[in-house]
Design a protein around this ligand. Structure first.
Ligand code: CP
Length: 303
């Protein structure tokens, strides 16, 4: 792979995507054998998160350590950002300190791009506003491929807060590249304009959308990004768009349920489904470490 940064799935070629997923598969086998490598020995990976995270931040840090790197974590709430330091100046400071890779999460779309254009270090986008979340889409792709083998013509339904979801955008682009048929489903208030331009079907009736699906991906309602009333009540939302055992009866026999997390039980997904035998939620988390190892290794190999 010959690129300095990974900012979005939309930037990746098919061969880069294949290389990332096949390397992630190798990393997953390594993790399963409790092996580590020294591929990143002597390098430093810094996480710079302006938004909360449990999965992404910790799995990037673990991935870096599994490859022999040192890690540094900037907690924005107790950093010089609180004294007015800009993103660009923070990036220049990290460059001067000598970090090799910056993993950034930010509430504003385009922040990772801005940082990448400013710093010498490699930059990985760990989620920018409502734009992209490439490592999440890659781990979703790896999880689906490890389960089904090929995704050609598999029906994937992404249901929930599509409007505010960077995961939905990255997932639609990635699953399309892998040959799947993707439908996004939400009430009108949570459907952004132009989703069909990404090459997916758009549906507001979840019972119609879920018929014969192979993969169902509920998304959390992102109240932290909402200004104004997009929804009535959680109960009403759950009754129309919640992923329940009853609704899943209309899927293909071999269906799986994935969720990027964090989940809100009895909102977008019932607890029974989240903990059920078709749920891949914790498998996704495990694959997240492998995918992030692959991203770090392939980026830093390219100097
Ligand atoms: N899926 C995801 O990005 O989770 P975190 O917010 O916990 O990192």
């Amino acid at each position: 792979m010959k690129r300095k940064d990974i900012l979005g799935i939309k930037d990746l070629s098919r061969s880069e995507l294949n290389e990332l997923l096949s390397t992630a598969g190798v990393m997953r086998d390594m993790i399963d054998r409790s092996e580590r490598s020294n591929a990143l020995r002597g390098k430093n990976v810094t996480t710079l998160f302006y938004e909360n995270s449990t999965r992404t931040r910790n799995s990037f840090e673990l991935a870096a350590k599994n490859l022999g790197a040192t890690t540094t974590s900037i907690s924005v709430a107790v950093s010089s950002v609180q004294k007015g330091e800009t993103l660009v100046d923070t990036g220049k400071t990290l460059d001067a300190i000598g970090t090799d890779v910056i993993i950034i999460r930010h509430s504003v779309a385009g922040s990772a791009q801005l940082l990448a254009s400013t710093v010498r270090a490699h930059v990985i986008n760990a989620g920018d506003g409502m734009s992209e979340h490439p490592s999440q889409a890659l781990l979703d792709g790896l999880t689906a491929i490890r389960h089904f083998g090929s995704l050609a013509d598999k029906k994937i339904v992404i249901v929930g807060d599509i409007k505010h979801s960077r995961v939905a955008r990255s997932d639609v682009i990635l699953f399309n590249m892998l040959g799947a048929k993707v439908t996004v489903c939400a009430p009108y208030t949570l459907l952004p304009e132009g989703m069909d331009c990404l090459g997916c079907e758009v549906e507001t009736d979840f019972d119609r959308a879920i018929a014969d699906a192979n993969i169902v991906i509920p998304l959390r309602i992102q109240r932290e990004r909402m200004i104004g009333g997009f929804l009535s009540t959680q109960e009403e939302y759950h009754s129309y768009y919640g992923v329940t055992q009853e609704r899943l009866a209309h899927c293909a026999d071999d269906y799986i349920v994935m969720h990027p997390g964090p989940i809100n039980r009895e909102a977008e997904i019932s607890g029974e489904v989240a903990d059920g035998e078709h749920s891949m939620i914790l498998e996704q988390v495990q694959n997240g470490v492998a995918v992030r190892m692959a991203m770090l290794q392939l980026l830093t190999e390219c100097q």
